[in-house]
Design a protein around this ligand. Structure first.
Ligand code: HEC
Length: 142
């Protein structure tokens, strides 16, 4: 019995070793990419960002805290600052998410909005972290 488990464990570690190595490599590569981007990142202003989030009607589709509405959740931001700005300039579905051009809203203003989103406390936990919801998610065919 215990030997069977031990055998299974050692077989599992055979599979896991390359995965762990890979994740370490990806992590290091990711950290390096991030630090390069950070050095060029714009410093945003939370208060400006809050006002701009309203002025540009982002709240209309994403909710005042970026957590509700028909658009996807923006809090916490899924994209880094560069990708966030690039996304807003050229969203893949412009009929759902309106593009915001440089002439309408500068990179600095988008950085302010981004910083505002980053500053928000994340009010609602992920559905997966709530036992009954994660059970429903698991049982719902997708
Ligand atoms: C008319 C409604 C609408 C407005 C206004 C709007 N959005 Fe969106 N936004 C959407 C929808 C819908 C999507 C999802 C589009 C898709 O799935 O292709 C989206 C996607 C996004 C995403 C990508 C999120 C992700 O995780 O993939 C970001 C970032 C975003 N919006 C930011 C903003 C910001 C900042 C503003 C204001 C400057 C704004 N949006 C205004 C509807 C809107």
């Amino acid at each position: 019995m215990t030997r069977a488990i031990a055998r299974r464990c050692s077989r599992m570690s055979l599979y896991l070793a390359p995965l762990v190595t890979l994740s370490v490599i990806l992590h290091v590569a990711g950290a390096r990419a991030e630090s390069v981007q950070d050095s060029g990142a714009l410093r945003g202003d939370v208060e400006n960002g809050k006002a701009l989030f309203k002025d540009y009607t982002c709240y209309g589709c994403h909710g005042y805290t970026g957590e509700t509405g028909r658009g996807p959740r923006l809090n916490p931001p899924r994209l880094n600052q560069d990708r966030f700005i690039a996304y807003l300039r050229n969203p893949p579905n412009p009929r759902q998410m309106p593009p915001y051009q440089q002439s309408d809203v500068s990179d600095q203003k988008l950085a302010d909005i981004y910083t505002f989103l980053q500053s928000l406390p994340s009010g609602s936990p992920e559905a997966e972290s709530i036992p009954v919801l994660s059970e429903i998610l698991r049982e719902t065919p997708r």
